[in-house]
Design a binder for this molecule. Structure first.
Ligand code: RP5
Length: 200
């Protein structure tokens, strides 16, 4: 009788010990996997607060896709150290891509790209004097070795979508959201097609 109780107690103790050891080993593994699959952030850097109207369109798109982002004003010529440090630390700070927004002699995207191997997307901004063509050429014509993926002048929505597509290479959730958005966009065009046919 005493022996049976002793055995049962021992078995109970062994069971609990087993559970504890299992938790002790599996919890850090689970935590590590969760951290690894956490969605990356998009960094948006603009050269001046005068670029804000363009930036806000990119922000709206990222919000729609529920992608985390961080926005900064760092200029390649006015605050080169802060801009450089942002790019240098971007990968370890959890960013997956950087959107650089600048006008005129727009070297911000190239300057950031020089300090990180994260993908950098440049948005050349329209200006009152040359209409943005100067920013487009400065951003798109990067010398070999330091690529900048350049979108159209003021092409903020496409920059946000491209950054999302970069994250979607390894993130199924973002890929699904992008697919859903494409379907919504297609439906809108088909709706307009039906309307136009009935009007004309
Ligand atoms: C660039 O020069 C900025 O990105 C902005 O598009 C342009 C003009 O800047 P502000 O003079 O308006 O500050 O550096």
């Amino acid at each position: 009788m005493w022996n049976t109780q002793w055995n049962r107690g021992l078995r109970n103790f062994a069971d609990r010990l087993g559970t504890l050891v299992f938790l002790w080993i599996s919890a850090p593994v689970y935590f590590f996997q969760e951290v690894q699959t956490m969605s990356k952030k998009i960094g948006i850097v603009m050269g001046s607060d005068s670029d804000l109207p363009v930036v806000s369109k990119a922000v709206d798109m990222l919000k729609e896709l529920e992608i985390p982002y961080e926005v900064h004003i760092y200029s390649a010529h006015r605050t080169p150290e802060q801009a450089g440090e942002f790019a240098l630390l971007a990968r370890e700070r959890g960013f997956g891509a950087i959107i650089a927004v600048a006008g005129m002699a727009a070297h911000l995207a190239g300057a950031l790209a020089a300090r990180t191997t994260l993908p950098v997307i440049g948005i050349p901004c329209k200006s009152s004097n040359l209409g943005g063509i100067e920013a487009l050429l400065s951003t798109v014509q990067m010398p070999t070795g330091i690529p900048v993926a350049t979108v159209a002048i003021d092409g903020a929505v496409n920059a946000a979508l491209l950054s999302a597509q970069i994250l979607a290479v390894y993130d199924e959730e973002i890929a699904a959201k992008l697919d859903a958005k494409r379907k919504r966009d297609t439906a809108k065009v088909l709706e307009k097609d039906a309307e136009i046919a009935s009007k004309l």
